[in-house]
Design a protein around this ligand. Structure first.
Ligand SMILES: [Zn+2]
Length: 389
């Protein structure tokens, strides 16, 4: 099992034939075998053999209703990802929340559930197993294929291999793992595939904070650098568990903002949703807390940008998406703090579902890499059991 801190998102010509074909189909949605030959450079015989195997294995499905007459005058039978046969299980273990999700082969989250936890709690995988059984009850014909476990392992002081084995025991599925920040970057990258050449930096903030860098080298793409910003010094005066003040994560976390709002008597319970609600109602103290955090986020985003100098920057996590009313503050603080020329700065389009999506993305990694090998043995088309070219 792959235990690298990096996530390979595309292997280009180094990948399996079926993986390369699946990648093209995912990117193009509905494509013909002729188009796949042109896009991959694989021989027509290899494309036909592998596409047939993927259709037989129910990874792809044919869409005769969408047939068009191609350039050669012959109608091409298009295929698309079959999102209705299999599911993957994504588990996101955060510092304060545990999320379990079922995702389809097209990369969409079908259903997810979340419960609260304390940072030092033992991961409650029994609960995870119960939720999976319960969620599968509503999707009776789906076949579970693989699982993914995403967590800030170092910060939670969890052994990545041991934790994955514990989950594997509960689910009975292979478990791929990833650091939380890398997984979030991978999910973002895969869902905005087109026009992403060069280097993209992702800054994540919610109850943990850090950044990752994805490098698209044409043939191969990977999340190549991941850094925690937990104790990165800022001008904030919020105390951190490490004994210093102003550490980035302590300063900007949802947990801190909720606690500050509660201490100031702004909200009845120390919950970030309450702060958002009260700010939306126009209570100035709540809005001020969120705007202060937004400016700090913008400043640190600028520091990261100036250090990494990426081609574009994407801001991810509920610290950004939880209350869109202060995003202008992030952008203006970023603009004032960066010393470099203007850059493409954007916010994730995934809000509360980003943790579930990141976990499902990691679960899909081995499936996307070599889909025929990832199928349960009895579902693997016999003629192609070990075909890779
Ligand atoms: Zn600290």
């Amino acid at each position: 099992m792959l235990r690298s801190p990096f996530v390979t998102l595309a292997r280009g010509r180094f990948g399996s034939a079926s993986g390369r074909l699946l990648e093209q189909v995912r990117g193009g949605r509905v494509v013909t075998r002729e188009q796949l030959v042109r896009a991959t450079g694989l021989s027509p015989a290899t494309v036909t053999r592998n596409v047939n195997a993927l259709v037989e294995g129910r990874v792809l499905r044919e869409r005769p209703d969408l047939v068009t007459v191609g350039a050669t005058g012959r109608p091409g039978l298009p295929v698309e990802v079959d999102p209705e046969e299999y599911v993957v299980v994504g588990v996101h273990l955060g510092t304060r929340l545990l999320t379990v999700a079922l995702g389809d082969l097209a990369g969409q989250v079908i259903v997810s559930r979340t419960r609260e936890r304390e940072p030092h709690d033992v991961p409650d995988f029994t609960w995870v197993g119960e939720q999976v059984i319960d969620m599968l009850r509503d999707l009776p014909r789906r076949v579970p294929l693989a699982a993914g476990l995403v967590a800030p392992f170092a910060e939670l002081r969890l052994d990545r291999n041991r934790t994955a084995e514990q989950l594997q025991e509960v689910l009975g599925l292979d478990v791929a793992t990833s650091d939380h920040i890398a997984a979030v970057a991978a999910a973002e990258f895969i869902h905005r595939r087109h026009g992403t050449g060069g280097v993209t930096a992702y800054l994540y903030a919610r109850n943990t904070a850090g950044f990752a860098v994805a490098a698209d080298k044409g043939e191969q793409t990977e999340v190549s650098r991941v850094a925690s910003l937990a104790h990165f010094p800022t001008r904030s005066t919020v105390p951190c568990g490490c004994g210093r003040t102003g550490c980035f994560q302590a300063a900007v976390s949802d947990h801190t903002v909720a606690r500050l709002a509660h201490d100031a008597g702004v909200v009845p319970r120390a919950e970030i949703d309450e702060v958002h609600r009260v700010a939306a109602d126009g209570v100035p103290a709540a809005r001020r807390l969120l705007a202060d955090r937004a400016r700090l986020l913008g400043e640190i985003a600028a520091v990261v940008r100036d250090m990494v100098n990426p081609d574009r920057m994407i801001l991810v996590g509920q610290a950004f998406t939880g209350f869109p009313g202060v995003l202008d503050e992030v952008v203006s603080a970023f603009g004032s703090a960066t010393a470099l020329p203007p850059i493409e700065l954007s916010f994730t389009r995934f809000g509360t579902e980003i943790q579930a999506l990141a976990a499902c993305t990691i679960a899909l990694g081995p499936v996307y890499d070599d889909p025929l090998a990832a199928l349960p043995t009895h579902r693997r088309p016999r003629a192609t059991r070990r075909t890779t070219a």
